[in-house]
Design a protein around this ligand. Sequence first.
Ligand code: NDP
Length: 306
Amino acid sequence: MTERYDVAIIGAGPAGLTAATYTGRAMLKTALYEKGAAGGLMAITDKIENYPGAIAQSGAELAEAMLKQALSFGAELKLGDTQAITHNGTVFTITATEGVVEARSVIYAAGSIPKQLGVPGESAYIGRGVSYCAVCDGAFYRNLRVAVIGGGDSSLKEALFLTRFASEVVIIHRRQEFRAEKIIQDAIRNHPKIKVILDSVVESVEGGDFVERLHIKNVKTGHISTEPFDGMFVFIGYTPQTVPVQSLVELSDRGRILTDAVLMTKTPGLFAAGDVREKLVYQVATAVGDGATAATAAEQFLAGHH
Ligand code: NDP
């Protein structure tokens, strides 16, 4: 017989881990699905400085502590990809690499994955000079020259992190203004290892076995220059992972899941939490809040109070 849970939580980032702690404490039988390492994007963040109480803590440490806490309250961790979630009006069926289970409610917190630039050479050089994770790959670029693409919080924070290893970090941004927090902009300004190229985009990536050069176009003048680089780190935003629930939810024009005030989607019993849903702020602090809200709302839904 198919195993049945009260709640299936998809994604063990800060939203999913918090939700699991709450549903576990509410004595709900909880399955927690994760396709990679627990912690999601938080786990590959070097330092988290704006999550209250965690003063300059590493994302990996915070992820480990959150996972330990969630499992201590009884959540069952299931490693593997979640391929499909269906609903028959009463029960959800979750089909994942490790098998099929049923759940009376689902908290979907699958997060998002890094976007690619989509320029020639980018895909071919992934793992050979093109990266989307400075914490994972930064140490390979000791005394080398790297480009960082993007003007948001991720890009500038990761550029700062890369200065620990690289001889020079060149931030290439398509506009004049960065959208990153002012405090991070201040940190990169006048940094001896950071150079900034504005109003510019990468046209293509070239090299031999590894990346050797980038063709960079100034979008104002149209001028294309070629600069030597050993690596290119791309941080131009993230794509929400919504495929398994697409027929059960409504999406915003940014492709994120729309929820009501208690984070329920258009399908009763299906909640969305964290980066996968449409909201104003995408940070660990708000993901944790989402997880707590969705779990409490799921508990009330299951008790028939919704
Ligand atoms: P953002 O969407 O905030 O920024 C993406 C950047 O990439 C923008 O500067 C954008 O340019 C640029 N960009 C997008 N597409 C392209 C393209 N095709 N070619 C070139 N450049 C492109 O993403 P982030 O990952 O930086 O942040 C995501 C969310 O996570 C944000 O809400 C952010 O605040 C949050 N975050 C917070 C952190 C923190 O410590 N506070 C750390 C990391 C993330 P343009 O500006 O012109 O649109």
